[in-house]
Design a protein around this ligand. Structure first.
Ligand SMILES: [Zn+2]
Ligand SMILES: [Zn+2]
Length: 255
């Protein structure tokens, strides 16, 4: 590379996302476990929030991670292992809304199982930037059409005919079993993702908007009734208190 010739570059987009716990641990240079920060002589305590591994607190001190002094060390991330699950404050509303659509008896979302499967498939497609394919996906489409090779039991042949050849199927929406729907969703997603393997110029804003629409749709489906569509159990309400606690209300005597 000839550094005498400037290379033009253009930022096409910026995306923000949350770190996974594994990514946080990889970024961290030190686990913080000591609630005490300074000792009696005002020196940093090992494992505390001022641990020297995170960067020196005085300009003349050397950082134990990068060995630079306090004026040049950029500072380093540490992490705290929480002893129990804690809701991320940024995801508080999403967590409460999701819990309001959950069944506390069988552990599934309260919506019809097939609806949840379609929403999951849509999100999977949107994760790959396939907005049109996600919008086109509904149970009516999957019920009307199926690949001609679907009954042959040969996955390679199934794949070959899926791309171009479809024929009307007599299955109605009610007759489509969960297993059949799962199979068709899997093939639909796999085919769409394979066809668009090189896609990279989609608009993230469109994807985010559709992701929000799918989540809103499935949340509304889950909250249509207090009765779970999977196990039939009647669920109680969820109450969020001061953005700190989530309470499950008890069944009343009349119920
Ligand atoms: Zn450093
Ligand atoms: Zn249930």
């Amino acid at each position: 590379m000839n550094i005498a010739q400037p290379v033009t570059s253009e930022v096409n987009g910026v995306a923000f996302s949350l770190l996974l716990p594994s990514e946080t641990r990889k970024l961290s240079v030190k686990q913080i476990y000591n609630p005490q920060m300074l000792d009696t002589l005002n020196n940093p305590v090992k494992g505390g929030a001022y641990d020297p591994a995170l960067g020196p607190i005085n300009a003349r001190d050397l950082c134990s991670t990068c060995m630079l002094d306090g004026t040049k060390c950029p500072g380093h991330f540490g992490h705290i292992e929480l002893p129990c699950p804690v809701v991320n404050p940024l995801l508080w509303n999403d967590t409460v809304n999701t819990l309001r659509g959950m069944c506390f008896y069988c552990g599934y979302m309260r919506a019809n199982r097939k609806t949840v499967m379609i929403a999951t498939a849509k999100l999977r497609l949107l994760h790959k930037g396939l907005v049109k394919e996600a919008l086109d996906l509904d149970i009516g489409t999957l019920s009307k059409k199926k690949a001609t090779g679907a009954s042959r039991g040969d996955s390679d042949k199934d794949e070959a005919v899926e791309d171009n050849t479809f024929e009307e199927d007599t299955d109605s929406q009610d007759n489509l079993s969960v297993t059949q729907l799962s199979d068709r969703l899997r093939k639909y997603c796999r085919r769409a993702i394979r066809k668009a393997a090189d896609i990279g110029d989609y608009k993230q804003t469109n994807v985010n908007r559709e992701v929000s629409n799918v989540i809103k749709w499935i949340t509304e489906e889950c909250r249509k009734s207090k009765f779970c569509r999977n196990c039939g159990a009647r669920n109680t309400s969820i109450r969020a208190v001061n953005n700190t606690s989530i309470l499950k209300e008890a069944h009343s005597q009349a119920q």
